[in-house]
Write a protein that binds this ligand. Structure first.
Ligand code: R5P
Length: 299
């Protein structure tokens, strides 16, 4: 990046922002978030951003707490004269609301519109849950892939003889992409998942070896992966590793995975708080190189 650029990061993204600022040779910007006694927020930018291009690294999760800060920050940068604002949200909350249903709100539609009115020129995220959200954005939305990072890790731990399994049909493409980096050409092995309220049932298609790698975009309650692991165990899997892009770890249910043959869970730092919430056995992979590559090639 040669132009006048700044990177601003929301709380928790400091280490990733430092890496990106060094690799991309862009200045770390600073801002202050002031909360009035009544909790209203005010943002003050500490730099001269006139005619600059700004990367805002942050999140809209959890939405109630972080969305206002994110949007006010972008809006203030715009007001101060920033020419282009790229909002980099490695995890984009609410994209699982991907169906229009009668009488039900569609939160991602609102989020999508909010970026534009806050002065954002593009949104960059990682492994978006479904393509549906893309249609709702009025500005470009780019979804980067962690597939190469996952594949590199699989090679590093010599797990290339394992079967790569998608815990539902939505995860088939992400598994195929990782397999492409591993040079594995076999057809997809996957579960046909059905949700009935909180209850999940899954039917397996494909083959299972003793070692299995389950790949998904999100681990939230762990329900999807628990059902898949139970079935895989019955089918002969002995050693399972899990790779998920976004580790939400919403409650403690996922811990059951350790009793089902799961040896390790890999996730990324798309949600920085993941470091505070998870215990040993979980490895966190940095996605900074993927973001770095995008901005190096894109600018
Ligand atoms: C759903 O389609 C997603 O790809 C994930 O499988 C799901 O969100 C994971 O949620 P949970 O861990 O609560 O089953």
């Amino acid at each position: 990046m040669k132009k006048k650029t700044f990177i601003y990061n929301m709380e928790g993204f400091g280490p990733m922002s430092k890496k990106l600022s060094e690799k991309l040779h862009i200045k770390k910007g600073a801002y202050q978030l002031k909360r009035f006694v009544n909790n209203e927020a005010q943002i003050a930018i500490k730099d001269n951003v006139k005619d600059s291009e700004c990367l805002v690294l942050g999140t809209n999760a959890p939405p109630d707490q972080r969305t206002i800060e994110l949007m006010f920050l972008c809006h203030t940068l715009k007001k101060e004269g920033a020419k282009k604002i790229s909002a980099v949200l490695p995890y984009l909350a609410y994209t699982r609301q991907d169906r229009k249903e009668a009488k039900k709100g569609l939160a991602i539609d609102w989020f999508a519109k909010t970026f534009k009115i806050s002065g954002v020129s593009e949104v960059v995220t990682l492994d978006i849950h479904s393509q549906f959200a893309k249609k709702l954005f009025e500005i470009p939305l780019v979804s980067l892939s962690p597939a190469e990072i996952f594949a590199d890790e699989i090679k590093k731990i010599s797990f290339t003889d394992a079967t790569v399994v998608a815990p539902d049909e939505g995860a088939i493409n992400r598994c195929q992409e990782v397999k492409k980096y591993l040079g594995i050409k076999e057809p997809a092995s996957y579960f046909k998942k059905k949700r009935n309220g909180q209850k999940i049932s899954s039917a397996f298609k494909g083959k299972v070896r003793k070692r299995v790698i389950l790949i998904d975009d999100i681990l939230d309650t762990g329900g999807t992966l628990i059902v898949a692991c139970k079935e895989l165990k019955k089918l002969g899997a002995q050693e399972i590793i899990i790779m998920v892009t976004h580790g939400l770890f919403a409650n403690d249910n996922w811990k059951e995975l350790w009793n089902l043959g799961v040896k390790k869970i890999y996730t990324t730092d798309s949600l920085p708080d993941v470091r505070k919430t998870v215990s040993s056995g979980i490895l966190i992979l940095s996605i900074a190189p993927v973001i770095e590559k995008y901005f190096e090639n894109g600018e």
